[in-house]
Ligand binder design. Structure first.
Ligand code: AMP
Length: 291
């Protein structure tokens, strides 16, 4: 016999609001973990982090159409609701918020949230629609749930910075917390999209994170940014990733450029990359700092 509390599921904003109202009436705080489902241990680590910041944890499970371009994988994005709910329940999540598309995007919807500048570099250069979709859905989830805390993965580092900026600019009373990236034993960052990889692609994909780790080592031991990036391009190509969208070393706070020379000593930086393994686009990033 399990002594777990069964997870509640709210499928529309009205049910969600009566649930959160009851929680707030008891004086309890709420943490939200937004997800697109097809959950893995990376998502579970966000639930665990959320428990450290609030009394109850809500996860949203919603595949957000506005962050997919017409040619992208909205229709084939993995969906596994029964398994997701079981994993969330096992992780002690109290409520899953699983709204419909029309709950999040009412018929005739015309409103979008754009965080200027930072949404159109790096990922935004290759997926210009993406962060508008993300900021729009996350602002709506924040308005529906009104969480005290929201937890996002550093796996999507640029997204984390954009949500922080948006919450600050809109004056939303939510503490945006970042959580470290959870990896497979060979170093590949966990991702719902890893399910697209063939066995061979999956084996080779380890070379992507290994290339970034090597670049971190180079940068921290005094090699130039341009040399570290050039070596990473070669290594990622040799691992069988066909098209490399970008490899960049940027300031960790605002993703501004740091030039081609030595990484400034003591500056918190981040190496970020995106590349294609066959038809699957992988992204990853790591912290880097030269003492
Ligand atoms: P997604 O379902 O891919 O939209 O991701 C939902 C949340 O989980 C986002 O905040 C992601 O950054 C986070 N996430 C995804 N993969 C990982 C991972 N491997 N480690 C930690 N967090 C992750």
């Amino acid at each position: 016999m399990s002594d777990r509390t069964p997870i509640d599921v709210a499928r529309n904003p009205a049910d969600l609001r009566s649930w959160t109202h009851a929680i707030r009436t008891k004086g309890q705080t709420i943490a939200l973990v937004p997800t697109m489902g097809a959950l893995h241990d990376g998502h579970m680590s966000l639930i665990a982090e959320a428990h450290r910041h609030a009394d109850v944890v809500i996860a949203s499970v919603f595949v957000n159409p506005t962050q997919f371009a017409a040619h992208e994988d909205l229709d084939t994005y993995p969906r596994a609701e029964a398994k997701d709910l079981e994993m969330l329940e096992n992780a002690g999540c109290a409520l899953a918020y699983c709204p419909s598309v029309t709950d999040m995007y009412p018929i005739g919807d015309k409103t979008r949230v754009t965080v200027e500048d930072i949404s159109f570099i790096l990922e935004g250069e290759f997926r210009p629609h993406f962060f508008i979709g993300v900021a729009t859905i996350v602002s709506r989830l924040f308005i529906h749930v009104m969480p005290d805390v929201a937890v996002f993965g550093e796996k999507d580092y640029q997204q984390l910075l954009i949500i922080r900026r948006m919450a600050k600019d809109l004056g939303l009373p939510v503490n945006v917390v970042g959580a470290t990236t959870i990896r497979e034993p060979d170093g590949l960052a966990m991702s719902s999209r890893n399910a697209y990889l063939s066995n061979t692609e999956r084996r080779n994909a380890a070379g992507f994170s290994q290339a970034l780790r090597h670049a971190v080592h180079q940068l921290e031991t005094g090699q130039s940014i341009s040399d570290a990036i050039a070596t990473a391009y070669d290594a990622i190509g040799q691992a069988g990733l066909g098209k490399i969208d970008y490899v960049a070393v940027r300031d960790a706070e605002d993703l501004s450029g740091l030039g081609d020379g030595l990484l400034p000593s003591g500056r918190k930086a981040r190496i970020l990359a995106a590349a294609w393994m066959g038809k699957t686009r992988l992204i990853d990033n790591m912290p880097v700092m030269r003492k």
